[in-house]
Design a protein around this ligand. Sequence first.
Ligand code: AMP
Length: 186
Amino acid sequence: MAGVRVVLVGPPGAGKGTQAIRLAGSLGVPHISTGDLFRANLSRRTELGLAAQRFMDAGELVSDEVTVGMVADRLTDPDTENGFILDGFPRTVAQADALAELLARDDHELDAVVALEVPEDVVVARLLGRGRGDDTEEVIRRRQQIYREETYPLLRHYASRTVTVDAVGEVEEITGRVLDALRTRT
Ligand code: AMP
């Protein structure tokens, strides 16, 4: 494979982070999570982190402008030259368009979009067990609603490059399904 430029899409709690780390390890590309980047900025108390905080606490999306700027910056790091696994970005069609533009500057495009499919009651139960600061029931519900309204439409936008993977099961098993799906795709 020349490059592995992959986006993981799925509702909060679908296991994107867990799978993205495993896939990045086995494909030899970095895992880029916008949620992790925001949390790292927040723990360093950067301006960007502090600006993002109230959105994160409420389960709302940080503005496309701030989010895209942060990703654009990360994609200039040399470790992304041969690809990446993006986790939690894009989350809106506007972010997807911005990403396509960023990649086109280097004559690149996405190789695949992996849609992790999990029923909503399963993801809510998982998130309640995770215990992160933004994992209260109210915020979880809001994040699921935003997923349905803003992010789910991305799968239509990306239809021609989307592979759908059943994300209920053992972690290793799901990684295997994603790798199989990518092999047939990229
Ligand atoms: P996550 O770790 O992916 O669940 O993200 C945690 C929080 O970070 C989200 O609830 C949003 O407030 C913010 N966030 C992460 N990724 C994005 C994105 N692509 N666009 C806007 N906000 C984001």
